[in-house]
Design a protein around this ligand. Structure first.
Ligand SMILES: Nc1nc2c([nH]c(=O)n2[C@H]2C[C@H](O)[C@@H](COP(=O)(O)OP(=O)(O)OP(=O)(O)O)O2)c(=O)[nH]1
Ligand SMILES: [Mg+2]
Length: 133
């Protein structure tokens, strides 16, 4: 099965809160929480994909170099879909977050993240946030 590269942004504000969104029910892994992001387009740099997805999905302008390297790279096979999450930690942004696709968007302190509310591939991200930050 083809593996899909997904740009995933962990945006952390000055108070240690992380920006989260709830995946719309009709999408893959619908109803789960996610870090904003989406599929990297062919030939697109990771930083460019993050900027595009954050603006499209949650109305946030990121300052991030196009050639940023992932903090974590996580491959996961959901059975119906195989993904590689390219995860970047972000802090520099402007704009008021808003769910442009009608989805719930909110800030939550990283201590309060619960892995079971996220897609299975996110477990490692949440563990690493707890230990590395
Ligand atoms: N954005 C995001 N996607 C995640 C996370 N964890 C995880 O397993 N995924 C998976 C779910 C999806 O299969 C895939 C992301 O695809 P997506 O549907 O959000 O892609 P997209 O934003 O480009 O959406 P579309 O244009 O195809 O509608 O990655 C996460 O924390 N954030
Ligand atoms: Mg998305």
């Amino acid at each position: 099965m083809k593996q899909i590269d997904v740009a995933v942004g962990v945006l952390i504000d000055a108070d240690g809160r992380v920006l989260l969104a709830r995946r719309p029910d009709h999408l893959h892994q619908g109803g789960k929480l996610e870090f904003p992001g989406g599929k990297v387009e062919a030939g697109e740099a990771l930083g460019a994909a993050l900027k595009r997805e954050f603006l499209e999905e949650v109305n946030v302008h990121l300052t991030v170099p196009d050639n940023i390297k992932p903090w974590l790279s996580i491959t996961h096979d959901y059975g119906d879909k195989q993904v590689r999450l390219l995860v970047v930690k972000l802090a520099d942004f402007h704009g008021e977050p808003h769910g442009n696709e009608g989805q719930e968007v909110f800030w939550l302190h990283f201590d309060a993240l619960k892995a079971e509310e996220f897609p299975a591939a996110n477990i490692e991200i949440i563990e690493r946030l707890r230990t590395a930050s």
